[in-house]
Design a binder for this molecule. Structure first.
Ligand code: MEV
Length: 438
């Protein structure tokens, strides 16, 4: 049985572990050993990780892999990917190689606008509110000058602030809907600081305004927060080649391959059950690069799936066509990313990943991430519409199963060889290990 505790956050790390181990574990020493074996031997590095979050007791490793041979807008990249799922990095690498021999990926950033909102309640004459907004709007810009000065010097800042009437949805509900350009920063802190200042100025000025009656002055600020829905922070990536150039092993007819592939994409465009899995495969690539570069994958996930539903039904993020004998496959995806601020200058592996990517700007990173998603989707659809997904997946998963059985290097070598010519289902691998050990 668990129990509650007061003042847990104030305990030292070792006392926190003592409490957890005493409360929840029967083999206390084993639990402690597992937690401690993930501590970094470099105390400074460990402290850095301890301080990223609260109540840290250990580190949780994810493998950091790399997918080489990505040719994007004529530049070659090796892409870092932090992910626990086998096959993903191999699939990305294979798709990268395939397209590097067919002109590579083309990517362009369509827009980089981010959004933040002050949500408030006002019960009064709408015309008075509109007039007040026109009067106070310059002051909203003015009062945020100390926050926006540096961003403006670099070419970014607040783009616009609008008053939105949401009273059809909720009585008295209005918004200050602001748009921002945050350049190479993801910009969450910048946007939220601006919004909180808007809210303060708006409320203070309303209280003083002669436009309002005493009751109307009682504007209730509900909250001020950025939106992770960023349909205007959008990037497009594509690949194309002549249909006949799609030929390779496992592909008997390039025409048939192209038409099966396009059908698979069409299904994901109209069928939400398939679209979710289709997009999940895209996010295998997207999230892995987002994580490796220290960006907020939850924000990206939330924004991407909202975008995938923007027309009222959840749909594919990728599209494909054949026109005049040319196969084109593309993705449009909203990505609010940063290459400065946040973890980017703190986490040694994030710094290393960004250096590996030639220190990209946020726009360049948007292109790289979109390409990683497109490559992943290409690899998944190619397997699904030709050999089926399990052949490649189980080959990669083989190592996980062998590790579960503590296979020795000799056993691994022998079984990897064996499963080159046999189908590697979970039970087949288990049986093969048992046979080998008999
Ligand atoms: C598995 O992680 C991802 C796939 O299911 C994606 C897809 O079905 O397109 C293979």
């Amino acid at each position: 049985m668990g129990k509650t505790i007061d003042g847990f956050s104030k305990l030292s790390k070792s006392k926190k572990i003592e409490w957890i181990v005493d409360t929840y574990f029967s083999n206390k020493e084993d639990a402690k050993t597992v937690l401690k074996q993930y501590w970094n031997s470099n105390d400074k590095l460990q402290q850095l990780h301890d301080e990223f979050i609260e109540n840290t007791i250990t580190n949780y490793y994810l493998p950091l892999g790399v997918a080489p041979n990505f040719l994007i807008n004529g530049k070659t990249y090796t892409i870092p990917m932090a992910i626990e799922e086998s096959s993903v990095v191999a699939a990305a690498s294979k798709a990268a190689k395939f397209w590097s021999e067919r002109g590579g990926f083309k990517a362009e950033v369509i827009s980089t606008k981010k959004v933040g909102q002050v949500h408030f309640i006002y019960h009064g004459h709408i015309e008075k509110l509109k007039k007040f907004f026109r009067v106070v709007k310059p002051k909203l810009f003015q009062d945020t000058k100390s926050i926006t000065r540096n961003m403006e010097l670099r070419g970014g800042g607040i783009l616009d602030i609008e008053l939105l009437d949401k009273t059809k949805a909720i009585e008295g509900y209005f918004q200050l809907h602001a748009t921002f350009e945050t350049l190479d920063a993801m910009g969450a802190n910048f946007i939220n600081s601006c919004l909180e200042q808007f809210a303060t100025t708006f409320k203070t000025e309303a209280a003083k305004s002669e436009l309002f009656s005493e009751e109307e002055k009682e504007i209730q600020i509900v909250m001020s927060i950025l939106s992770n829905y960023v349909p205007d922070c959008l990037v497009r990536a594509e690949v194309c080649c002549k249909v006949e150039d799609l030929i390779e092993e496992d592909v008997v007819s390039s025409e048939k391959f192209a038409s099966n592939f396009i059908q698979a994409v069409n299904i994901a465009e109209v069928e939400p059950y398939r679209a979710v899995t289709h997009n999940k495969g895209i996010m295998n690539g997207v999230d892995a690069v987002v994580l490796a570069t220290g960006n907020d994958f939850r924000a990206v996930e939330a924004g991407v799936h909202a975008y995938a539903s923007r027309n009222g039904s959840y749909s594919s993020l990728t599209h494909a066509k054949v026109e005049d004998g040319v196969f084109t496959f593309w993705i449009e995806i909203p990505l609010a990313l940063g290459t400065i601020g946040g973890l980017t200058s703190l986490h040694p592996l994030v710094k290393l990943s960004l250096e590996l990517l030639h220190h990209p700007s946020a726009k360049e990173l948007m292109q790289i991430v979109a390409v990683a998603g497109l490559a992943q989707n290409f690899a998944a659809l190619r397997s699904l519409t030709t050999t089926g997904i399990q052949k490649g997946h189980m080959k990669m998963h083989l190592m996980n199963i062998l590790n579960q059985f503590n296979a020795t290097q000799e056993e691994k070598a022998e079984l990897i060889e064996y499963f080159k010519t046999h189908i590697a289902t979970h039970s087949a691998v288990v049986e093969a290990i048992q046979n080998l050990r008999r």
